[in-house]
Ligand binder design. Structure first.
Ligand SMILES: [Zn+2]
Length: 566
């Protein structure tokens, strides 16, 4: 843990959540709470509420919620430690942490060290005799490894890395934690075998993992390191640490899919390039991309999969308020091919002629307007792209383009657009609210955290068995983890994303519980514990073929239920 429980709580208790939120959201007092328009989804009537008494906030429209740290994490796209630091500074508190997040500072330091050692080893193998294969491969692709400056390496077979790290006295468990060695399938073995390696750097330029390409026919062709304490995939953009400076200078950021697209563009002088490393763009990555430069270019492969993915990525960026442009590559070409064959100037020209997301979709049908039902479907699809924007100005701009191209009236398009938007919101909401925390578990966990403060006596009383859902058990364990580390109040921002949102659901408004209520709940739980073995027997009886046994069980079952309801 970066900061001690005491430090985090000191920061939290010295912070007025209402005034922090008010810097971003206009709030109006409503009884004991404050109300405003949710900054995390588009809405016209406020469903975003801040509860100063519990130090939490909650949006009843999109389901987002949490404490003051979680609010900053979301609105400024910060990591938990950054949010703590910012609020500490505002409150005039000096923290003693060292700036490493995730696990204990000592452990993450160990992970950085071992991954860096692996990187040096891969580089050495690349330069040595065993690396001749990789060098030949790169030559075949016409890539000069020195020119790209990205530190390509070679991971040999035969558990070479494992042996090397062992010789330096690293433990197998640390190798596993760093994602370098697979430890959970019998004898440990190297994750990356006979592969070309691309180092993945964090924001500060430290190697945290690798992307690796097979040299032969091994599958998968590209293998990415697993998520570890120092490699959080959801927010990572490959090449970010080196691209940032160039992007700030040029005012543009280029997003590609693959490692080689990235290597090619960087070699050609487009240092402001980052890659998703072959996975779908996430919201956090989108935010990071937007933070790099004002203009973002999506430059995916010129095949149907790449083009579909490009529109998807554009929709994610639009939803974050950006106005991305999509580069259209000739059919069947990827950015690597294009720059290799046509050169830097041609690519610059391509950037200049990039399309907004709606025009890009239109360009794919060569601007030919279909007739009848197909025209309607096309208009709907284009509108869907337009209304995915959270910025009303961008949306209007795109909607105008839909109008121009399809010829439908603005009025009709607006109506249809509203329909699409509200159906999107509905499905989004249902998905988010369809958690699997039963009402029983909710009550138990609410009492455990009433007022945003842990009732440690009650938590100690609880057993994992008392909770009936998997989510409930995970939350209880998360609570216990914080209590063990000395927290007296709940800090949901520190939990994994899915848990912190659910935690806000639980903690949001309950300011306190009377001792009588707690006593009653404890009695109920104790009774359930007693009944549980009997219930299991009854269940067996109910399933039995003996009619008499069944009838008796049924009667007893009804009695138990009646008692339950009293
Ligand atoms: Zn919301």
């Amino acid at each position: 843990m970066l900061y001690s429980a005491g430090e985090v709580e000191l920061v939290k208790n010295s912070t007025d959540i209402v005034s922090v939120v008010q810097q971003y959201v206009q709030l109006k007092r409503a009884g004991n709470s404050w109300k405003g328009l949710c900054p995390f989804h588009k809405e016209k009537t406020p469903s975003f509420i801040v509860f100063p008494a519990t130090g939490t906030w909650k949006c009843f429209g999109c389901g987002a919620g949490g404490d003051v740290f979680e609010f900053l994490k979301k609105i400024k796209n910060q990591e938990f430690p950054e949010a703590v630091e910012e609020l500490a500074e505002a409150a005039g508190i000096t923290l003693k942490g060292d700036g490493t997040s995730g696990l204990s500072a000592g452990l993450s330091k160990g992970l950085f060290e071992i991954v860096d050692e692996a990187h040096r080893f891969f580089r050495k193998c690349f330069a040595g005799p065993e690396g001749s294969k990789v060098r030949a491969y790169l030559k075949g692709r016409d890539i000069d490894p020195a020119e790209s400056g990205i530190g390509i390496g070679y991971a040999p077979g035969g558990n070479a890395l494992l042996k090397h790290l062992r010789s330096l006295n690293y433990s197998v468990s640390v190798m596993g934690d760093a994602g370098l060695v697979i430890t959970d399938r019998g004898d440990p073995y190297d994750r990356f075998r006979e592969r070309l390696t691309f180092p993945i750097l964090d924001r500060r330029g430290r190697v945290v993992s690798f992307g690796a390409r097979a040299l032969g026919d091994a599958v998968p062709k590209y293998l990415n390191g697993p998520e570890t304490a120092i490699y959080r995939k959801g927010s990572f953009l490959y090449g970010y640490s080196t691209a940032l400076k160039a992007a700030r200078e040029s005012g543009i950021a280029i997003l590609v899919e693959g490692y080689f697209d990235h290597a090619r563009l960087v070699s050609a002088g487009f240092s402001e390039t980052v890659a998703t490393s072959g996975t779908a763009l996430t919201k956090k990555q989108a935010k990071n991309l937007m933070g790099m430069a004002e203009k973002q270019y999506i430059c995916y492969d010129g095949d149907s999969a790449g083009r579909k993915a490009a529109v998807k990525a554009a929709e994610i960026l639009l939803a974050q308020g950006a106005y991305p442009m999509i580069v259209r590559l000739p059919d069947g070409m990827d950015p690597d091919d294009f720059v290799k064959n046509r050169g830097r100037e041609a690519f610059e020209e391509l950037l200049r002629s990039a399309y907004d997301p709606v025009s890009f979709c239109v360009s794919l049908i060569d601007g030919k307007l279909p007739e009848g039902p197909e025209r309607i479907r096309l208009a709907e699809r284009l509108l869907e792209v337009a209304v995915s924007s959270s910025n009303p100005l961008v949306e209007e701009d795109l909607q105008k383009k839909v109008e121009e191209f399809t010829g439908y009236s603005r009025d009709a398009l607006e109506k249809k657009g509203n329909e699409i938007r509200s159906s999107k919101e509905r499905t989004g909401y249902i998905r988010k609210s369809a958690g699997n925390l039963g009402s029983g578990d909710t009550i138990v966990l609410r009492v455990a955290t009433a007022g945003g403060v842990y009732n440690t006596e009650f938590v100690d009383f609880l057993r994992t068995d008392d909770l009936t859902t998997e989510l409930g058990v995970r939350l209880l364990n998360a609570f216990r983890g914080q209590i063990d580390r000395g927290f007296s109040s709940v800090v949901p921002a520190e939990f994994p994303d899915d848990l912190s949102a659910r935690c806000a659901d639980i903690v949001w408004a309950l300011e306190g519980v009377s001792p009588q209520e707690i006593q009653k709940l404890k009695r109920d739980i104790t009774r359930k514990r007693r009944e549980l073995p009997r219930l299991r027997e009854l269940q067996e009886d109910l399933a039995s073929s003996d009619p008499e046994r069944k009838a008796i069980a049924l009667e007893e079952f009804a009695d138990m239920k009646a008692e339950d309801e009293r």
